[in-house]
Design a protein. Structure first.
Length: 92
């Protein structure tokens, strides 16, 4: 695990939170980030997949599913980072 050079400005709840601790500490903001990442990703994938392609096939469903999964991963990673930062005393 990396070394953090900053001094925490808030009270430290857990100085080295595990994945389970971070997930259990999710609040409404983190859940919003996860759901919004998936929703935005699948919406963009649906629009981009409907554009004209060289093969003249509609690729809306696979593109929406792929970008939705990528957005869900992004939202989850962002929520984990936010939750861990709050537990380590670096965020509100």
């Amino acid at each position: 695990m990396g070394v953090v050079a900053d001094v925490p400005t808030r009270p430290v709840i857990d100085d080295a939170p595990s994945i389970g601790t971070c997930v259990r500490a999710f609040g409404t903001t983190e859940l919003r980030d996860v759901l919004l990442g998936g929703a935005v990703g699948s919406s963009v994938g649906y629009v981009v997949g409907g554009l004209e392609t060289a093969s003249k096939r509609c690729l809306r469903t696979p593109t929406a599913a792929t970008l939705g999964a990528i957005g869900l991963c992004f939202g989850t990673f962002h929520a984990m980072q936010s939750s861990a930062g709050r537990l380590m005393g670096f965020r509100d």
